[in-house]
Design a protein around this ligand. Structure first.
Ligand SMILES: *Cc1c(COP(=O)(O)O)cnc(C)c1O
Length: 368
C-alpha cells in the first residue's frame, strides 16, 4: 500500500501550519496559573461592542436557519459608510478567508507573489497552498515596507503584491504618497492587496486612503476586519473592497454560506457603535505612551506603532523570555517567527494588563 504522504499534493509539505498565539486556557492548564493575560493576538481587551452582544442575543434563536450568503444588510451598511457600492464588497469568515479566496481566484502554480519580510504569515501560506512562489522582500532600516525594492522584484509572473498597512508585526505604516508612487510604477497585470486589519488605530494623517485608488480604477483590493478594533475575533468576519469585476471573480470561489448569521448581525451593530470605537482607540493611545515610557526607561528599542501592538527589541532571546513571561501569566508573541529572535510583539492591553506586563518583563530581564 502506498504511504498516505505520497497521496498528498507536494505543496502540502512546503507549508508550515500557522502558529497561533498561545490560548489562555492552555497556559492555565499547563502552568496552573489562574490569572493569565494574553497580549499575543492583538485582540481588543475591552471586548466586543455591547451593541453587538445585544444584536447576537436577539438573533440566537435563528441559528437553525442558514445565514444570508450574500450578507445583504451588512454590505448595505458598509457601502453607505464607505461610500461605495454593495457589489464592490465581499464579506469573509475573517479576512483570513478572503486572503485564501483571493489566492484561489488568481494564483496558478508558478505565479509569484510579493510581500514584506517580516509581515503577516498568511500571505505566504495562501500562496503556497496554490503552488505559487512567495517572494519575501526585507523591510528597510526603519522597518517600513521597501516599496522600491518590492517593485523591483516584480516579474512577468508576479500576480499579487501584499501590503500590510499598518504592518503586522512592526506596527508602522506606508504613507499615502508612498502607496501612490508604488501604484504608479507597477504593471497592470499585478493586483495589489492592501491588508488594513489595524487601520482604525492609525492616527498618522499620512495614512493612505486606499479606496481612492479603487475608485480611480486601480487593481487593488482593500481588506478590513471586525476581529481587531471591533472586538469580534471569535466570530470570524472581515471584508474586502475592490472593483465589481474583481469582487465578482472572487465570489465564484466563495462557499455559499461562509459568514455565519451571528457574525453578520454583530458586525452591523458594531459598525454603529462609535462610542466603543472611540474608547478602544483611547485605550490604545494611552497604553501606547505608557509602554513607550517604560521601554525608554528600560533602554529597550521599539518600532513606533500605528496599531494596537508594539514590536520591541528586548535584547535577549525572545523564546526564553516568552517562557519566563508565561510563568508570570503573561502571553506575548516571540519575534523568532518573524525572523527577529530578540524581539517580542506585545498587544497593548488595559492599563492593568500593561502594568502587569511591564512588571513581568522587568523581572524577566533582571532589571527590576
Ligand atoms: C489579525 C489579522 C488579520 C486576520 O483577521 P481575521 O479577520 O481575524 O481573519 C488579517 N491581517 C492581519 C495583518 C492581521 O494581523
Amino acid at each position: 500500500m502506498s504511504k498516505i504522504d505520497d497521496l498528498a499534493r507536494k505543496t502540502v509539505f512546503s507549508i508550515s501550519p500557522y502558529v497561533p498565539g498561545k490560548p489562555i486556557e492552555e497556559v492555565q492548564r499547563e502552568y496552573g496559573i489562574d490569572d493569565v493575560i494574553k497580549l499575543a493576538s492583538n485582540e481588543n481587551p475591552l471586548g466586543p461592542s455591547p451593541l453587538a452582544v445585544e444584536a447576537m442575543r436577539n438573533s440566537i434563536s435563528n441559528v437553525n436557519i442558514y445565514p444570508d450568503g450574500n450578507c445583504f444588510y451588512l454590505k448595505r451598511d458598509l457601502a453607505a459608510s464607505l461610500g461605495c457600492r454593495a457589489d464592490q464588497l465581499i464579506v469573509g469568515n475573517g479576512s483570513d478567508e478572503l486572503l485564501k479566496l483571493i489566492a484561489e481566484t488568481f494564483l496558478d502554480p508558478g505565479d509569484e507573489i510579493i510581500f514584506a519580510q517580516p509581515t503577516f504569515s498568511e500571505y505566504e501560506f495562501v500562496s503556497r497552498v496554490m503552488d505559487a512562489v512567495p517572494v519575501a522582500v526585507p523591510v528597510d532600516s526603519s522597518f517600513t515596507h521597501d516599496l522600491q525594492a518590492m517593485a523591483g522584484r516584480i516579474s512577468g509572473r508576479t500576480k499579487i503584491v501584499f501590503i500590510c498597512n499598518p504592518n503586522n508585526p512592526t506596527g508602522n505604516i506606508i504613507t499615502g504618497d508612498a502607496l501612490k508612487d508604488f501604484l504608479d510604477k507597477i504593471p497592470e497585470h499585478v493586483i495589489v492587496v492592501v491588508d488594513e486589519a489595524y487601520r482604525e488605530y492609525a492616527t498618522d494623517p499620512a495614512y493612505p486612503d486606499s479606496l481612492a485608488h479603487v475608485r480611480e480604477g486601480r487593481r487593488l483590493i482593500s481588506l478590513r476586519t471586525f476581529a481587531k478594533i471591533y472586538g469580534l475575533a471569535g466570530l470570524r468576519i472581515g471584508y474586502g473592497i475592490s472593483s465589481p469585476e474583481i469582487i465578482s471573480l472572487i465570489n465564484r470561489v466563495k462557499e455559499p454560506f461562509n459568514v455565519n448569521c451571528l457574525a453578520q448581525v454583530a458586525a452591523r451593530a458594531a459598525l454603529q457603535d462609535v462610542e466603543h470605537l472611540r474608547r478602544s482607540r483611547e485605550l490604545v493611545a494611552s497604553g501606547k505612551s505608557f509602554l513607550y515610557g517604560h521601554f525608554d526607561r528600560l533602554g529597550l528599542k521599539y518600532v513606533p506603532t500605528q496599531a494596537n501592538f508594539i514590536f520591541v527589541d528586548i535584547g535577549v532571546d525572545s523564546r526564553s523570555a516568552f517562557r519566563s513571561l508565561i510563568t508570570e501569566g503573561v502571553i506575548v508573541r516571540t519575534g523568532d517567527i518573524f525572523g527577529y529572535p530578540n524581539y517580542i510583539r506585545v498587544t497593548i492591553g488595559t492599563p492593568e494588563q500593561n502594568l502587569r506586563f511591564v512588571q513581568a518583563l522587568q523581572k524577566v530581564l533582571g532589571s527590576a
